[in-house]
Design a protein around this ligand. Structure first.
Ligand code: SF4
Length: 362
């Protein structure tokens, strides 16, 4: 490695020496580090932890091994492979961006950071991670882990959502990023944030940069980075009608394209007060077709900024109606379909094939 004499160089050198011994080197996207694979991994890793992402990533790239196959895919199948990972706008934008790469770049993932940043869903840090990790060019990243390490190392006060704090952290990220071994450095600082400089109870005794970490010296690392004032969580409530025909097929509707579950499929969701008879009438299901109605216990699902109380109503039919009246309803076999389901929808229809979920947004 080229000599790095400055304090910033010393930071990178110590981090790389630590990573050589302790870093993660067998993550699936570190094998065959193509821009496409790094891009998919970086999008999945936004807001989701590595151990949750790994099985999703492996399944996703096995089905869509390159950008052309992703661009050609049906959005339903993309969302199906994303089911349970949460923050589904990421999947919609990934699919959209694959189309842009095929249309505007002839199917070759762009190499210029400016072109990468123009892709839907790609911000400055994600573009830099792709440039550094797949092309090996110097580019500074600033994901949540890196923000935490740098805010503590330099004791940068204030919430990371403030643009002044973000500007300062970007300046520090740029100054620490070395010209050599940039892919390893990028992985090293993310690993340090994920495994040593943890959000709570950082393991400072094991940290390679503790000698000049200002927050460690002051004994207050957990104060950094500062948090934005908490918004009051709101509570919503909905009824979900889980209608099952005599063969076990379940009625699902596609949700509108925007919003937290945009494009996913779900048992019909209605306002909390909607009666069973009003729902059946709307759906065009005659009362004579109903075998049994059972209201199950309410459960709460947490999103990032609010909670949803889910009221499941199970409706078993004696006969399936020839058609359902409203929405884009479709009958599916809950154990065998290629549609995108949220964790809540999967729980409602008893789909058990999902992986472990991310902590919120699922
Ligand atoms: S010394 Fe502690 S607070 Fe400072 S960077 Fe290392 S783990 Fe984080």
């Amino acid at each position: 490695m080229r000599r790095m004499n400055s304090a910033a160089g010393s930071f990178a050198r110590r981090l790389l020496a630590w990573w050589d011994v302790h870093g993660r080197k067998n993550l699936p996207w570190q094998r065959a580090r193509t821009p496409y694979r790094v891009w998919v991994a970086e999008i999945m890793l936004q807001q989701t932890q590595v151990r949750t992402v790994v099985p999703y990533f492996e399944k996703f790239v096995a089905r869509f091994p390159d950008v052309e196959s992703l661009a050609r895919a049906d959005l339903d199948e993309v969302l199906h492979l994303w089911s349970g990972l949460g923050y589904y706008a990421r999947a919609r934008r990934l699919h959209l961006a694959a189309g842009v790469v095929v249309r505007d770049h002839g199917g070759s993932f762009p190499a210029a950071a400016a072109d990468i940043r123009r892709l839907p869903g790609v911000g400055r840090s994600t573009a830099a991670a792709i440039v550094a990790q797949s092309y090996g060019r110097r580019a500074a990243i600033l994901d949540a882990n890196v923000k935490r390490v740098l805010a503590r190392r330099h004791r940068v006060a204030g919430a990371v959502s403030s643009s002044a704090v973000a500007d300062e952290l970007w300046r520090l990220a740029e100054s620490h990023t070395p010209a050599e071994r940039v892919a390893d450095y990028t992985q090293a600082i993310m690993d340090l944030g994920a495994t040593v400089c943890r959000r709570t109870r950082p393991r400072c005794a094991d940290c390679p940069v503790r000698a000049d970490c200002l927050a460690h010296a002051a004994g207050d690392p957990e104060r950094y980075p500062g948090k934005a004032p908490r918004r009051k969580r709101r509570l919503e409530r909905s009824r979900f009608f889980v209608v099952v025909d005599p063969d076990g097929a379940c009625l699902v509707e596609q949700r509108p394209p925007g919003g937290i579950w945009g494009g996913l499929w779900s048992p019909p969701e209605r306002a909390a007060g909607e009666s069973v008879s009003a729902f059946l009438e709307h759906a065009g299901i005659g009362a004579g077709a109903v075998d049994e109605v059972r209201e199950a216990g309410v459960f709460r699902h947490g999103f990032t900024h609010y909670d949803l109380d889910v009221e499941p109503v199970y409706v078993r039919l004696k006969t399936r109606p020839a058609s359902v009246r409203e929405g884009a309803g479709r009958w599916i076999d809950p154990a065998d379909h290629r549609l995108g389901f949220s964790t809540v929808a999967a729980r409602l229809v008893g789909v058990t094939t999902l992986f472990a979920t991310s902590k919120s947004g699922a």
